[in-house]
Design a protein around this ligand. Structure first.
Ligand code: ATP
Ligand code: MG
Length: 158
């Protein structure tokens, strides 16, 4: 899977003294197909390796992003994944237009899952995705609105 969009952004202040470069990848995550679920995080892993990002940071990004990507497929009919690589951190933004999360505190609890039986029979639904996303990142923010969707932002420093 190739990124839908990949571009290099150079932000500089008007004086040009505060310049910071970043590389950004964007993926459309197909919500209708379990066989392709997880492909964006696999591609990100490759891209980060090519950029020479430290292995431990790549490992943490891969785990957190995979869980978030699978959640978008299972719980939200897919969405968009954006990964921006800075000099010292990686920011992952996962946005969907799914049902939203009614109770974030509950959803964050280990073992809590609303996954139906057919999804559980595929091996998902342990209720460990969100707790692991928090555990493997240095920062995580959930913005959600019922009936509108969910945006999860995660940061991994290196
Ligand atoms: N993007 C999302 N949109 C709507 N609800 C979500 C989303 N992500 C998570 N949830 C809700 O939060 C619950 C907990 O998510 P979590 O990833 O921890 O567990 P799970 O996906 O059910 O199981 P596992 O990740 O272990 O396979 C989900 O069961 C679901 O109810
Ligand atoms: Mg999950």
């Amino acid at each position: 899977m190739r990124p839908a969009v990949c571009f290099i952004k150079a932000d500089s202040s008007e004086t040009g003294s505060d310049m910071s470069d970043s590389v950004k990848f964007r993926f459309d995550v197909d919500g209708s197909n379990f066989t392709t679920a997880g492909q964006a995080s696999v591609q990100v892993k490759k891209n980060l390796r090519e950029l020479g990002i430290p292995a431990e940071a790549i490992r943490r990004v891969s785990i957190a992003m995979y869980e978030g990507e699978i959640n978008m497929v299972i719980h939200a009919h897919g969405g968009v994944a954006e990964v921006e690589v800075f000099e010292d951190k990686i920011v992952i933004v996962l946005s969907d237009t799914g049902p939203g999360i009614p109770n974030i505190e509950l959803a964050m609890k280990e073992g809590y899952s609303t996954a139906p039986d057919n999804i559980r029979s595929l091996g998902f639904g342990a209720g460990m995705g969100l707790p692991n996303m928090k555990r493997y990142t240095d920062g995580m923010k959930i913005d959600t609105e019922l009936g509108k969707g969910t945006t999860i932002t995660m940061v991994v420093n290196f």
